[in-house]
Ligand binder design. Structure first.
Ligand code: ATP
Ligand code: MG
Length: 572
């Protein structure tokens, strides 16, 4: 592959691998060729509005909306809202915001499973009339016991053979509110001995007096997810129902429903969900982190939620590129979070304005620089993008540099500032340290330096070399800001792999957030607004947090500059 001698004497096209489709695109291409569904491609993204979307959902969103875009089809947004006790309308709103922010548009195709409650009820009546569903009086515990196990068949409920008329009567009275919550259910009548537990007479409806975020108190019976999901896809004319692997065993059930009802048959295709190292992607667990206040909320910048990533400073295109690169497969695997960060850096490198900011300021006085003088020095806004232009940065006698860029007694490989050593201040001058001032506790509080006026702009006229170029800000002009530095939320690559007696929460990283107050940034940043992104030279990419007030900016460090993924790739 990397043999350039060979590459140069072959035509470019010949060295290119044949375009290979992932297995989902292969299925769709074949369906189009065979004119299945009249050649239509219609997908959907079907979240349950019981939490915020996370990076795993982004994979599904990019896939479903991406397929529609690629094949000239359509993609719906549908809320699978069958669980009134766990669903809330603010989740509905956040989900729409996140899908839009990722760059996708469902146009006028926003649907809810609850839109289909009447239709689903009709479907249930049909199953009852056809002798394919019955009202069961067993308790939830009894139903579980009767269901059997993976190795033992289930036992039929004593109510399984109720006559159709009795079932119709009881189901009507369930709906009319004559029975207490949980006292009866409607079940499909399939096969209690099936090797697939999902086919052992699954529950279709339960009695539940709960106010639904859309249908209010209209219903006191609610369809189960398994009963609503496939039929909702069918009603919407979905051609390819793409879902994660855990639904593979549900497919025979969904197919059974569709066949009994004789309605449009979407093809379900399962793919492996995204797992990410150092990350938990389960809405239930993320909700626990929020409820127990282990983090600041759903949009905490350490959360793998879309809203957390947005607040952290991620760009939609970085997330989309990541989803493209991981692709889709049938087999479960875990993606290295370093790849996500790599995609982020790639994008931010192209688009972010460079600025100078000092996290932990150490004062420097340039003794031979005229008191009261201020120079406006030119700095490049983005070396990757000449159209971004240049800006002026004020330079004066008193500056701040990064505390860790100075060592009084440096080890061999420390090339930055130390007594007697000359370094370059980026875009400014060469300076040499002449004196170190300490307080009563022996802490360094100030450095004295001299500058060489002939090195203005950072170039030496006599070809003199220095080993370090450092960032800085002018003390009098800099703005004081707060910076929040982040590390992974979990200390373990697989946070959920815990031994007996351990809790996954024990793997939370106590050092995942470090708040640094008293940072200084160049004055041009005074006008920055929440969501603005910058590269602080040498320190990483930063984004203005919505916690900022007019008087005080707060920055999140989105990611450092060090790309561990690039290193991993080099080694291979
Ligand atoms: P939980 O996180 O508790 O497992 P969920 O993610 O399944 O819940 P849904 O709202 O049902 O929540 O998910 C909406 C869609 O996103 C589904 O089609 C689901 O298959 C897909 N999805 C969820 N998690 C992932 C993931 N990690 N990778 C890819 N797709 C996912
Ligand atoms: Mg789900």
């Amino acid at each position: 592959m990397n043999d350039h001698k060979h590459k140069s004497d072959k035509p470019e096209a010949a060295t290119e691998a044949p375009v290979s489709l992932d297995f989902i695109r292969a299925i769709i291409t074949e369906d189009i060729t065979n004119n299945k569904n009249g050649g239509r491609v219609h997908t959907r993204f079907p979240p349950e509005p019981n939490g915020y979307l996370h990076i795993g959902h982004a994979k599904s969103i990019c896939l479903n909306f991406g397929l529609a875009r690629q094949y000239g089809g359509l993609c719906n947004l549908r809320f699978d809202d069958t669980n009134p006790t766990k669903e809330e309308s603010h989740y509905v709103e956040s989900i729409q915001k996140d899908v839009r922010w990722l760059g996708f548009d469902w146009e006028d195709r926003l649907f809810y499973a609850s839109d289909y409650y009447d239709q689903l009820h009709e479907f249930a009546l049909k199953l009852i009339r056809d002798g394919k569903a019955y009202v069961d009086d067993l308790s939830a515990d009894e139903i579980r016991e009767y269901r059997g196990t993976l190795t033992e068949p289930g036992t039929p409920s004593p109510y399984r053979d109720r006559p159709v008329e009795e079932n119709l009567d009881l189901f009507g009275r369930m709906r009319a509110g004559e029975f207490p919550d949980g006292s009866r259910v409607l079940r499909a009548k399939i096969d209690m001995a099936s090797g697939n537990v999902n086919l052992r007479d699954p529950v279709l409806y339960r009695i539940l007096r709960a106010t639904h975020h859309r249908t209010g108190d209209k219903w006191c019976i609610y369809p189960m997810y398994d009963w609503a999901h496939g039929q909702s896809d069918s009603i919407e004319g979905i051609t390819h129902s793409i879902c994660t692997l855990e639904f593979e065993d549900h497919r025979p059930l969904y197919d059974w429903f569709i066949e009994q009802l004789g309605i449009h048959h979407p093809q379900q295709i399962e793919f492996a969900p995204l797992n990410l190292s150092y990350t938990v992607l389960s809405k239930r667990k993320l909700l626990q982190l929020v409820k127990e206040k282990h983090i600041g909320g759903w949009d905490d910048p350490r959360m793998p939620t879309i809203s957390g990533l947005r607040r952290r400073g991620y760009t939609p295109s970085a997330i989309r590129n990541f989803c493209d690169r991981i692709g889709v497969a049938k087999r479960d695997s875990t993606v290295d979070v370093a790849l996500l960060e790599h995609c982020l850096r790639e994008d931010l490198n192209k688009s972010s304005a460079r600025v100078m900011g000092v996290l932990r300021p150490l004062k420097v006085v340039i003794d031979n620089y005229p008191k009261g003088q201020v120079e406006e020095l030119e700095a490049v806004n983005n070396p990757e993008d000449p159209s971004a232009g240049i800006r002026k940065v004020p330079f004066s006698r008193e500056l701040f540099i990064e505390r860790e860029d100075f060592m009084e007694d440096p080890p061999k490989k420390f090339y930055r500032l130390s007594p007697g050593r000359e370094v370059r201040l980026r875009y400014a001058y060469f300076i040499t340290c002449t004196d170190v001032i300490k307080n009563a506790d022996g802490e360094i509080v100030e450095l004295h330096c001299t500058y060489d006026p002939a090195t203005r702009g950072g170039d030496s006229p006599d070809g003199r070399k220095v080993k370090a170029t450092m960032h800085w800000v002018s003390a009098a002009h800099a703005r004081e800001v707060e910076v929040r530095l982040y590390d992974y939320l979990f200390t373990k690559e697989d946070p959920l792999a815990v031994a007996d007696g351990e809790n996954w929460l024990d793997n939370l990283n106590p050092g995942s957030l470090e708040v640094v107050a008293g940072c200084r940034v160049e004055p041009a940043l005074a006008v920055a607004k929440a969501g603005d992104r910058f590269q602080f030279e040498r320190l990483g990419y930063f984004c203005v947090d919505p916690d900022s007030t007019p008087g005080k900016l707060v920055f999140n460090r989105t990611v450092t500059l060090r790309d561990t993924w690039a290193k991993i790739q080099q080694k291979q």
